[in-house]
Design a protein around this ligand. Sequence first.
Ligand code: AOF
Ligand code: ZN
Length: 320
Amino acid sequence: MNFLDLAADLATKIDPHIVAPNPRVGCIVVKDGKIIGQGVHEKFGGEHAEVNAIKDLENINYCEIYITLEPCDIFPHKKTPSCTDLLIQKTPKKIIVGSLDPKFGGRNLEKIKKAGIEVEMQLNEKCNSLNPFLEKFVNTGLPYVTVKLAQSLDGKITGPSRYISNEFSRKKVHEMRAQYSAILTTTETILQDDPSLDCRLDGSSNPDLIVVGEREIPKKSKIFSIPNRNIHFFKTHNLEEVLEECGKKGIDSIMTECGATVCTDLLQKNLIDEIQLFIAPEIFGKGKNSFTKEVDLTGFKLVDTKDIGGDVFVKFTRQR
Ligand code: AOF
Ligand code: ZN
């Protein structure tokens, strides 16, 4: 087993919502082929993975340090000391890094090399995919956007009952909500379904809510009954503008919970990074379609499929 894969597996266990807007990072310390220390970045503002991995070790002079992400260095308003300086000071034998931090773009690796420590960059798929939100946000200033859809086999998003997908799929949606900074919905959806759009999982906070559209929302709507949740209203239908504004507010990730019009618009305008689709094994015949116009999905690649208690779950990400 590759030690970078192992470090990535450690970081995968961390809820992205708890470290956000920081990345998930894992670190493993190896001496003579054996793991002697390991650590992750557990929560926003907390110690970094490298610090946790080496804290119980007397010295790391003969060790290789595997880190999923390029170590950090100082920048304004930083909460913890520089891991780059820490590693330079502790002089390990070698540092192996699985992905670059877009904030530093490799310059911290150069700094460590200049200090005389061997550094190897081993681009690793698992490490790279730990932080898709961060990568998009840092590189573009825009949030990572996921369209979430529940439909029947014949592509209908409205049917005979309130819910299309089963209870297990709906639990997964709550897990998804815990990972995103915000949920995007529309005034139409709120008027039609009166959803709460909160995250009903123990220990998780609620993502912000972005409401797009011009229609008036009654004060008694359930969205207003969720305490300590930010709601951002946008009267415009210009979705590029909405996403730019969200980026400026520091929102790095959005999932949609709305009707077909906005999802179709987002897809047509190339504003989507990921599609998560729950397909109920039913044929409704009548109902609203998932997409209101033709959409070109050829740039997306299948990355996951699951049977969720009889529903089919598929996940696609945009290839860049
Ligand atoms: C690392 N190891 O485990 C993490 C890193 O405000 P701070 O001090 O917590 O710094 C946050 C920044 O550090 C974050 O934006 C990202 O660039 C980097 N994250 N770096 O060396 C870690 N979580
Ligand atoms: Zn750090």
